[in-house]
Design a protein around this ligand. Structure first.
Ligand SMILES: C[S@@+](CC[C@H](N)C(=O)[O-])C[C@H]1O[C@@H](n2cnc3c(N)ncnc32)[C@H](O)[C@@H]1O
Length: 238
């Protein structure tokens, strides 16, 4: 049976993502650290080799096929959990400057630990809700690329993620098979937060089902009052 590194090499080839052996090694190290910690805290249900390669690693790296990431870009991953897609992108593109925002302390402790053990530089881990971090002058409208996967519905995501993007930057939402309804429901939030849906890519990780990558460009400043508090967002979503 093929080992994880061979599976990942094949999956990357199938998706036409260039992946050098040293990156495969580092991604395997990340997987091992994640699966080890997963015995004690719930970081992922995706643990089987092929699933891990496809649904975590390739699903993160697919971004690089559709969006050009400038050298040294500032990237923020919101609701990053175990560092997906943010840390996987950073391993692939060490030149980026990465912010990882995650509200659960055990998860940010894990991320700090990975960054230290793997000696990864230029990663800033923030243990806060995005609703709070998005108002900080250090983070607000500072990022070229903002990502989020499996965090919330699109209208809420737009409110908590777009404030991090600078004008000319993009918010990338990694979504499921048919995001059309969510896109319609998020149109008001996109307009209010200063965004514009500029691209919509569909791709398949297994040749059967589809996933989607939505590109929302930041065209205007996000009004100061957003993001609102979690309670206000829940009570009256945009
Ligand atoms: C289902 S997990 C997905 C994690 C990762 N993005 C992935 O795709 O595997 C959602 C994560 O988002 C975090 N989260 C949800 N809402 C958040 C918020 N408003 N601010 C910061 N983190 C948030 C949760 O704590 C959780 O770790």
């Amino acid at each position: 049976m093929a080992d994880f590194k061979e599976i990942l090499r094949c999956e990357a080839q199938k998706s036409s993502i260039p992946l050098e052996p040293d990156k495969i090694q580092q991604l395997d190290t990340f997987r091992c650290l994640l699966l080890e910690k997963n015995k004690y805290i719930n970081l992922t249900n995706i643990t089987e080799d092929e699933d891990f390669a496809r649904k975590h690693i390739i699903d993160s790296l697919i971004i690089t096929k559709h969006v050009s990431i400038p050298y040294g870009a500032r990237v923020a991953d919101i609701g990053t959990g175990a560092g997906i897609p943010g840390l996987i992108l950073k391993i692939y593109r060490p030149d980026i400057k990465l912010l990882l925002v995650e509200s659960i302390r055990k998860k940010t402790d894990f991320l700090e630990d990975v960054v230290k053990k793997m000696n990864i530089s230029d990663v800033h881990v923030v243990n806060k809700r995005a609703e709070e971090a998005g108002h900080s002058a250090i983070y607000r409208e500072k990022y070229d690329i903002v990502t989020a996967r499996a965090v919330s519905s699109l209208n809420t995501l737009v409110e908590i993620c777009l404030p991090f993007a600078k004008i000319g930057g993009v918010f990338l939402a990694l979504k499921g098979t048919e995001p059309e309804e969510e896109i319609d429901a998020a149109q008001n939030a996109i307009n209010i937060l200063g965004g514009k849906l500029t691209a919509y890519h569909k791709y398949s990780l297994d040749g059967i089902s589809y996933r989607s990558l939505l590109v929302i460009s930041k065209v205007k400043n996000s009004p100061e009052k957003y993001p609102r508090s979690p309670a206000a967002i829940k009570k009256k979503p945009l």
